[in-house]
Design a binder for this molecule. Structure first.
Ligand SMILES: [Zn+2]
Length: 198
């Protein structure tokens, strides 16, 4: 699938909105990505991860690990596409940990996947967690790299879509200055959960 085809899928599911948004961090942005809205459809989740998997399949991983919650479905579907195990890390007292009896063999090759790479912070924390558990991270994958490809790791990285999403300080936001009303996506009752991106 091409980037345009992937973006079409995101737009069709309102997972990529264009306009003027207030992120949970308080920053303003011209685009908003909510991967949960595409991943809520198992067939679409499968289709996207089947497209992502082969970009990472040559790296020899035995396990796919993602940070919960956003990455869990991505890890599951990428692992399914590649015939691997899928684990997830979760925060305990603010620290990324492998719980639930999840185990990595010493030196076991691992792919770390995410739904969206924004600053790379949660990816880095997951990499560190995998390394502390004895695993060897051989690659990073994401459905969307919204850093415009700027975030890098010490291992190969693959994303289905690379976007440069600008964020603005509300006091210095060109969209505000242009008089465009800003909306908080997912903040209405019964709508999707508030943004977890910064
Ligand atoms: Zn604004």
């Amino acid at each position: 699938m091409t980037e345009d085809e992937i973006l079409k899928i995101f737009r069709e599911h309102s997972a990529l909105l264009e306009g003027h948004f207030i992120l949970s961090s308080g920053l303003h942005s011209d685009r908003y990505i909510q991967c949960a809205l595409v991943l809520q459809h198992p067939r679409v989740a499968e289709q996207l991860c089947v497209a992502l998997g082969p970009k990472l399949g040559e790296l020899g991983a035995k396990v796919v690990v993602a940070p919960a919650l956003g990455g869990v479905i991505v890890a599951h579907e990428v692992a399914r596409a590649l015939g691997l195990r899928a684990l997830f890390t979760e925060r305990q007292n603010g620290e990324m940990t492998l719980r639930r009896g999840f185990h990595l063999d010493e030196g076991e090759p691992v792919l770390v996947v995410e739904d969206v790479i924004t600053t790379g912070k949660s990816t880095r924390e997951t990499i560190e967690c995998v390394q502390n558990a004895g695993g060897k991270v051989v690659g990073v994958g994401a459905l969307v790299d919204r850093s415009g490809g700027e975030v890098e790791f010490d291992v190969p990285k693959a994303a289905l879509v690379t976007l440069k999403v600008e964020t603005y300080d509300p006091d210095d936001c060109p969209l505000c200055k242009a008089g465009k009303p800003a909306v908080k996506p997912g903040s209405r009752p019964g709508n999707s959960k508030p943004a977890e991106q910064s």
